[in-house]
Design a protein around this ligand. Structure first.
Ligand code: ZN
Length: 181
């Protein structure tokens, strides 16, 4: 059975970004747990999370966890900050011709398909030397789901219907990229 590791970014003493009354660590956890539930309800897969509560987990610890259980796919959940707007996805530099890149195409397309209905800007499929992408032995992706410090983006992140739809798009993207039954 495929093993999917969902990685809600930040947690505990590391709140991540904040703005407009939102904290990144709370949003990533809420979405991570919802995506887990949706995958389990719709596909045959073993879904694990790097954290299921508001606790601090180091970046290497997250990657080590996925490596130790032989995960099939690692999906890290984050929200952007810095005054921009929109959605972007990241893979490790140079991995776009591999399975990692093929899955990014599917994931990014599925999520943008949902987000474009809300007029959310596509910032593109990107590459970065992030620890969780570098240290994971399996294909991995990191999602930056809108900007917490931009009012329009934050208003969407405060909308439960939007969060459910986004979680569903992430779950469907994972299902499609892994051809889950
Ligand atoms: Zn983050």
């Amino acid at each position: 059975m495929p093993i999917i590791v969902l990685d809600p970014g930040h947690g505990g003493t590391d709140p991540g970004a904040s703005g407009n009354g939102l904290q990144e660590k709370n949003l990533t956890l809420a979405i991570g747990l919802k995506v887990k539930q949706l995958i389990e309800a719709n596909y045959i897969a073993d879904v694990r999370v790097t954290r299921a509560a508001d606790i601090y987990v180091g970046l290497s610890e997250r990657a080590d966890f996925a490596n130790a259980i032989g995960a099939t796919y690692f999906v890290s959940l984050h929200h952007n900050a810095g005054g921009g707007t929109g959605f972007e996805s990241y893979i490790y530099p140079g991995t776009s011709p591999s399975e990692t890149g093929i899955r990014q195409d599917v994931m990014h397309g599925e999520i943008m398909n949902f987000l474009s209905g809300y007029g959310v800007r596509d910032r593109g499929q990107k590459e970065a030397n992030f620890a969780v992408l570098r240290e994971t032995a399996m294909p991995a992706i990191l999602l930056e789901n809108l900007f917490i410090d931009t009012v329009n983006d934050a208003n969407l992140l405060k909308d439960p219907t939007f969060i459910t739809g986004l979680s569903n798009a992430i779950a469907t993207g994972i299902g499609k990229s892994l051809n889950l039954a």
